[in-house]
Write a protein that binds this ligand. Structure first.
Ligand code: GDP
Ligand code: IMO
Ligand code: MG
Length: 425
């Protein structure tokens, strides 16, 4: 058992990149297993802030192997941009491996994402418009183009022609949009396929072999459990399983030693959908400004609210979380009182489980526990003992309500502002 998983327990942007970067110090291999460049993972090393969308947050260590596993959808244009960026910053990229079974995002996916959002009108999901939903739709429809097809020039040309013909029917006839050009895509993407070719392997075979040797693998989730299309706030979710580390990497559960659930000390959400503890008021504005809560990918202001223990408990259960990390504790400094949602009131009844029905959720009123806040600056804290008593009480309260131990916390965006309480590896 030498694999550790880092995944989000809220609606994404919990600080997974930062925690992955921290835990990667002890790993040999770091792998993403789902999602694509809808993710935006921020890593701050010293004064430098990096935002990664596709490449795992382990790339800033020269001696680690980074893997893009089969469960991902990969936009080759974005991959090229990201490789160029990492090289310009002076880091290696030759230790990257890309799954031959991952799916490729092509320009018609982006066009369809845009058009489908428009067609949803006031039920728009607020997607990142990166083509994620349409690419996973193609995967389920068995119309997707995989990396292995992409790097075979004949196969790619043939599959692309078929897809462009079909997708243009949808684009033009259903959505009244502009058709995409087969020749233009082929021209640009054949060159991108050549760029990707040297990185392509059977990543599941590679990961299993390395795990068999006892090498440590860190899996980095994208998005969060509440955006999982099985367990999240459907239909306001993403089109993959952010908790699907085994299938998404081709690794069996017997290898998983720990599943670290990442949560912020409060909650944030970008995009539409029910958000029971949302604070659309001065408290929300204060948290947004202090926590710099603006989307890494789209720059959209994030919706913010109190910590919701019902949400995190639900996520920890379905993802099998063995330890929590509570990030951004520093952001709440200065609030006289802090609140944690412990249940919902629905038609006079108290609910402890996150409801599946949107209608029920909309009629729910959060029940809050009010705790004493803290005024101290936490940003220089390096151990649990240094935390003010009220912060310790806040963490204990979360542990009790969620039923999972807090194993880590963080007090700032920098690598060195993460504190680990209990062994993870
Ligand atoms: P991810 O998508 O889960 O990797 O998270 P993002 O990087 O999109 O968003 C998390 C944001 O919070 C980033 O701007 C991080 O730099 C920042 N962050 C992470 N941990 C902390 C922390 O402990 N304190 C503060 N103030 N910011 C943090
Ligand atoms: P990281 O990995 C936060 C949200 C979008 C939208 C919904 C569907 O940085 O935590 P999509 O483009 O995936 O079809 O959009 O999911 N979303 C995220 N929100 N963090 C993310 O990734 C997200 N990736 C997608 O805002 O509501
Ligand atoms: Mg993010």
């Amino acid at each position: 058992m030498s694999a550790v998983v880092v995944l989000g327990t809220q609606w994404g942007d919990e600080g997974k990149g930062k925690i992955t970067d921290f835990l990667a110090q002890q790993a040999e291999i770091i792998s993403r297993y789902q999602g694509g460049n809808n993710a935006g993972h921020t890593i701050v090393i010293g004064k430098k802030r990096h935002a990664l969308r596709l490449i795992p947050s382990g790339i800033f260590y020269d001696d680690k192997i980074c893997v893009l596993s089969n469960g991902m959808v990969i936009d080759p244009r974005v991959l090229k941009e990201e490789l160029d960026y990492i090289q310009q910053e002076g880091y290696r990229t030759d230790q990257l491996k890309i799954s031959n079974r991952a799916h490729i995002i092509l320009p018609y996916h982006n066009v369809l994402d845009e058009l489908q959002e428009e067609a949803r009108g006031n039920r728009a999901i607020g997607t990142t418009k990166k083509g994620i939903g349409p690419a996973y739709t193609d995967k389920a429809l068995r119309s997707g183009i995989r990396v292995c097809d992409f790097i075979e020039p004949d196969t790619f040309a043939q599959k692309l022609r078929q897809q462009v013909t079909e997708k243009n029917e949808w684009i033009v006839k259903i959505y009244n949009g502009h058709p995409v050009s087969y020749d233009e895509i082929l021209d640009e993407y054949q060159a991108l396929a050549e760029l990707i070719r040297p990185f392509v392997v059977d990543t599941a075979a590679f990961l299993n072999e390395e795990l068999g040797k006892g090498n440590k693998v860190l899996f980095e989730g994208a998005q969060g459990t509440m955006l999982d299309y099985d367990h999240g706030t459907y239909p306001f979710v993403t089109s993959s399983n952010p908790i699907g580390f085994c299938v998404g990497a081709g690794v069996g559960p017997r290898h998983i030693k720990e599943v670290i659930g990442v949560a912020k000390a409060y909650t944030s959400r970008v995009g539409q959908g029910v958000f029971p503890t949302e604070q659309n008021n001065s408290i929300g504005d204060l948290i947004r400004e202090t926590g710099r809560e603006y989307g890494t990918v789209t720059g959209r202001p994030r919706r913010v609210g109190w910590f919701d223990a019902v949400v995190v408990k639900h996520s920890c259960r379905v993802a099998g979380v063995t330890g929590l990390t509570i990030n951004s504790l520093d952001v709440l400094s200065g609030l006289e009182k802090v609140k944690i949602c412990t249940g919902y009131r629905h038609k006079g009844r108290v609910i402890q489980e996150y409801p599946a029905s949107e209608k029920v959720l909309l009629a729910c009123e959060p029940i809050y526990a009010e705790l004493n806040g803290w005024t101290e600056d936490l940003t220089k804290i390096t151990s649990y003992d240094q935390l003010p008593e009220n912060v310790k009480e806040y963490l204990h309260f979360i542990e009790n309500k969620v039923g999972v131990a807090v194993k880590m916390f963080s007090v700032g965006p920098e690598r060195k502002q993460t504190v680990i309480l209990d062994g993870v590896w």
